[in-house]
Design a protein around this ligand. Structure first.
Ligand code: HEM
Length: 145
């Protein structure tokens, strides 16, 4: 269960990243047309992030050994990253993408629907890229998959 959920969370990052990139690209090129497929793409992107949130919370509270609230944990890079930075950064990214999705749905014109996605999903993507524990970031023990 432990390594299964960790691997799932790690692998799903690529799905989230690809869907975000597709959505942003789609929002740029589609501009004046908005169909069911656009709505579905934007929705699946948001849902993939909500799945990460659920798995992440299970890892955070029940499974991960990288989350340790021992004395002085804020001074230990690994514990600070997973115990606070990753959590806060990702929840913020997920909240912004969710806000973007809701606000896009409220718009009536295709152009403004795509524009909302373009803005909020791009901010979400930047935050996610910044808070992923990439293997090249020293001291975070991250993997590629
Ligand atoms: C879209 C959002 C998220 C993405 C893309 C993401 C991505 C990742 C990645 C790539 C790892 C490293 C896995 C590895 O190297 O093996 C990781 C680890 C972790 N994530 Fe997330 N994460 C997200 C959201 C969250 C959230 C909201 C939480 C909630 C607290 C969370 C908690 C954790 C924990 C605890 C670990 C360490 C797991 C371990 O013990 O190895 N993540 N995450």
């Amino acid at each position: 269960m432990n390594s299964f959920l960790t691997s799932m969370h790690s692998g799903l990052r690529w799905v989230v990243l690809l869907l975000l990139i597709f959505s942003i690209f789609n929002a740029i090129v589609r501009r004046n047309t908005y169909e069911k497929k656009d709505r579905l793409l934007y929705m699946f992107t948001m849902v993939s992030m909500h799945i990460q949130l659920v798995i992440g919370l299970i890892l955070y509270f029940f499974i991960s050994e990288k989350v340790q609230f021992v004395e002085g944990w804020m001074k230990v890079k690994l514990y600070r990253f997973y115990g606070m930075e990753h959590l806060v950064g990702m929840i913020l990214a997920i909240a912004l993408v969710t806000i973007g999705h809701i606000s896009s749905k409220k718009q009536t014109e295709a152009k403004s629907k795509h524009k909302r996605i373009l803005i909020w999903y791009t901010i979400g993507l930047i935050l996610i890229l910044a808070f992923i524990p990439w293997p090249f970031r020293a001291g975070l023990l991250g993997n590629w998959f």
